[in-house]
Design a binder for this molecule. Structure first.
Ligand code: NAG
Ligand code: NAG
Ligand code: NAG
Ligand code: NAG
Ligand code: NAG
Ligand code: NAG
Length: 468
């Protein structure tokens, strides 16, 4: 974390303490990373401590207690967690989970000023309503592939499974210890002399919500993930707010927030810097609302990649509003493979500020890892995409606007208004690229676009829009 970001994070904490937490008194600590076990006299034998309703000296109160009753705090130290940053505390977390999950308003507390190491773990529901997993200290996996137990999943670390109604929050940090994974010789160009050795090259996603609903993730710092930072798969009802996600710009595959097969998602007021997509939206997502997210460095906000291996993908009703993308390889992107099916529709990019971004606005229906992908006749159909008030600067190594639609399935109803993109430095590259892209300009754009085609294509085969 940079100094500025740290100051900023500290400022947010101060703001929250003063503005947002009327009667909670356990929240004035801002954690110090990886400090040793705190020497205090909290009784470890008392596994459930219930604060009296209005006690100013009560234990940590969760940030959003549900009105139905007081929280029940389950401090992982009461279950034997050492919190010294190296002891394996998995069993203590599992025991605390088991206890907290079965009571209403249970809070599993990872206390401040300590650092807890746990192995890859699946925390399964169902839990009682109001469950909170509160990280006020540091929580982390084993340090890199060399310390990863052979028997543990290398695809995921912290997994929340089949839970309806859970809040993951806290003033602490989830530290991914990802560096050893990024440098594996099977990662792109990390092998001898810049080569890439053959895989398999699994690296764990740091946090995964799977088949769960009604999920809130709020106010955490999440950093240095081995792979995706936080991933939602098969979920419904996700509210993300005030996250700070960071990894180095050159850390491979460290997508910030990834969603797939997930409906009704709000992502708000968050800062993401990483080495891959800031937010990636996979197949099966709809009702996604993204507002006030700042990305960069990153690879931008992406819908896709979709349609890999001739698969069907349906993505609809996605809005990105009032957001900023800086120093990124892409701005707002839709990417599909040749040969897919389904559609991407109802996509709104409104008020997105770009700074030094390559490919500020891009639709790429020829997405391919190698140079050798065949062109195919079927494609994921892209339609009803609007770009409004997209302003800022682009990196002149690529044209700022690029619509490469499929030969057989054109993109339709692309609308643009108030798009103004200037070179960050260097010469104007004023040749937006369009291929098989239909749509309309509602205002003139900078650079000017003359390549969008009017009206509807003759050849559009509705039958290609399989049941989305
Ligand atoms: C979501 O979860 C909260 C607490 O866990 C609960 O109060 C609320 O009723 C749930 N909402 C839905 C729609 O399930
Ligand atoms: C790396 O490249 C150098 C110079 O081309 C060569 O001498 C060396 O043998 C290469 N090492 C490996 C491991 O390929
Ligand atoms: C936008 O998000 C930042 C945190 O990234 C927050 O400080 C700011 O208050 C938010 N702005 C609005 C208008 O909510
Ligand atoms: C689109 O998604 C938003 C949430 O982002 C939701 O409120 C709205 O109802 C959805 N619209 C349709 C037509 O499904
Ligand atoms: C695929 O189609 C595009 C657009 O027509 C064309 O530019 C490209 O060269 C084709 N690629 C191959 C491998 O045929
Ligand atoms: C074009 O897309 C916009 C949303 O971007 C939608 O409101 C409009 O109805 C679409 N027009 C047609 C002709 O489908």
């Amino acid at each position: 974390m940079g100094v500025l970001r740290r100051l900023f994070a500290a400022w947010v904490v101060v703001a929250i303490v003063f503005v947002g937490a009327p009667s909670s008194h356990g929240r004035t600590h801002y954690h110090k990373k990886k400090t040793s076990h705190r020497d205090d006299d909290e009784s470890p034998s008392n596994s459930i401590s219930m604060p009296p309703a209005d006690s100013p000296a009560g234990p940590t109160v969760p940030s959003d207690p549900y009105p139905s009753g007081p929280p029940f705090i389950f401090d992982v130290r009461s279950y034997g967690a050492a919190g010294d940053g190296s002891t394996d505390d998995t069993a203590a977390f599992q025991a605390a989970w088991k206890a907290a999950c079965v009571v209403e308003n249970g809070v599993l507390l990872v206390p401040p000023d300590s650092s807890f190491m746990i192995r890859s773990t699946i925390f399964s529901g169902p839990c009682q309503p109001g469950f909170v997993f509160q990280v006020d200290g540091v929580l982390m996996p084993p340090d890199g592939p060399d310390c990863w137990p052979e028997s543990d999943s290398k695809r995921q670390w912290l997994v929340f499974y089949r839970i309806d109604g859970i809040t993951l929050t806290g003033q602490g940090t989830i530290e991914g210890n990802g560096e050893g994974w990024w440098n594996l010789p099977c990662k792109p160009h990390r092998g001898p002399n810049g080569s890439t050795l053959p895989g398999p090259c699994d690296s764990p996603a740091l946090i995964r919500f799977f088949l769960s609903s009604n999920i809130t993730v709020r106010n955490l710092c999440i950093e240095n993930s081995p792979q995706f930072h936080i991933k939602f798969d098969g979920c419904e009802g996700v509210h993300i707010e005030g996250l700070s996600i960071s990894s180095p710009a050159l850390s491979p595959n460290t997508d910030g927030i990834h969603i797939e097969n997930t409906k009704s998602v709000g992502i708000y007021n968050s800062l993401i810097s990483n080495g891959d997509d800031c937010i990636s939206i996979g197949p099966g997502c709809s009702g996604v609302d993204i507002q006030n997210v700042t990305c960069g460095p990153s690879h931008g906000i992406s819908i896709g990649s979709l349609g890999v291996h001739n698969s069907q993908a349906c993505v609809s009703n996605v809005t990105v509003r009032n957001s900023v993308i800086r120093n990124s390889d892409n701005g707002v992107r839709i990417k599909t493979w040749q040969g897919g099916m389904g559609s991407v529709s109802g996509i709104t990019f409104d008020t997105v500020f770009m700074e030094n971004v390559r490919n500020c606005i891009i639709i790429d229906q020829y997405y391919c890892f190698t140079k050798g992908c065949r062109n195919q006749t079927s494609a994921v159909y892209v339609t009803d995409v609007s770009y409004t008030n997209i302003k800022g600067t682009y990196d002149v190594r690529s044209p700022p606007i690029h619509f490469a639609c499929s030969d057989t399935v054109p993109c339709t109803n692309i609308t643009m208004s108030e798009v103004e993109l200037l070179p960050f430095r260097g010469e104007l590259v004023d040749d937006p690229f369009c291929w098989n892209a239909y749509g309309a300009l509602q205002t003139l754009t900078i650079p000017p676009i003359t390549c969008l085609q009017d009206g509807e294509p003759q050849t559009l085969q509705e039958s290609l829009v399989y049941g989305c």
